[in-house]
Design a protein around this ligand. Sequence first.
Ligand SMILES: Nc1nc2c(ncn2[C@@H]2O[C@H](COP(=O)(O)OP(=O)(O)O)[C@@H](O)[C@H]2O)c(=O)[nH]1
Ligand SMILES: [Mg+2]
Length: 192
Amino acid sequence: MKNLFKNTEFVFGVTNYRKLPEDVGSEVLLAGRSNAGKSSALNVLTDNSKLARISKTPGRTTEINFFKVNDDIMLLDLPGYGFAKSSKAKKKDWGPLLGEYFQKRKALAAVVIFMDIRHPLKESDWEMIHLCRNFNVPFIPALAKSDKLSNNNIAKAVSFVKEKIPESNPIAISSKDKLGFNKLSRAIIEYC
Ligand SMILES: Nc1nc2c(ncn2[C@@H]2O[C@H](COP(=O)(O)OP(=O)(O)O)[C@@H](O)[C@H]2O)c(=O)[nH]1
Ligand SMILES: [Mg+2]
């Protein structure tokens, strides 16, 4: 399958709703706790190992980073939520932006919620799920690092998440083994 995400490039980071680009096209928000495996997944998804490093640049970690896939689709990298070093300060930084974003943004097409497949559905993941549900935004649970589990336990984790959030279709991925990314791309594109 041709990789639609192959030419994805970083365009800018935004800390303030007023600085967002024009509200057109489809935006897919990439969310997850720090360390869930989101940056690694972004690299595999786009076949570009330089991309996600941008999100690690100090100063960029409190911004929503915009990655342009093509003229219609943007991926928005939201800095990891939960326990990060300065998590309170961080929350304060993009908390209001995120609320306003969900409330107003017509371009918001879907949210991918990255979770470590061994520890899915932590409290901060539920906060994101509630936000999606409240604003009727479809979301895709991406269960990362599936190489850490046996096939049997992968299946168990997927059904566990499906049971807890029946309206979703959880996808197991491994950035290490490059597994699950066809499914993930298709799911993303479906919402755009
Ligand atoms: N075994 C394994 N480790 C992974 C995978 N994806 C990420 N990691 C590791 O998990 C840690 C956090 O990954 P990163 O992508 O930076 O997570 P982020 O904080 O969500 O962006 C790093 O040490 C990665 O090497 C995966 O698919 N398999
Ligand atoms: Mg990251």
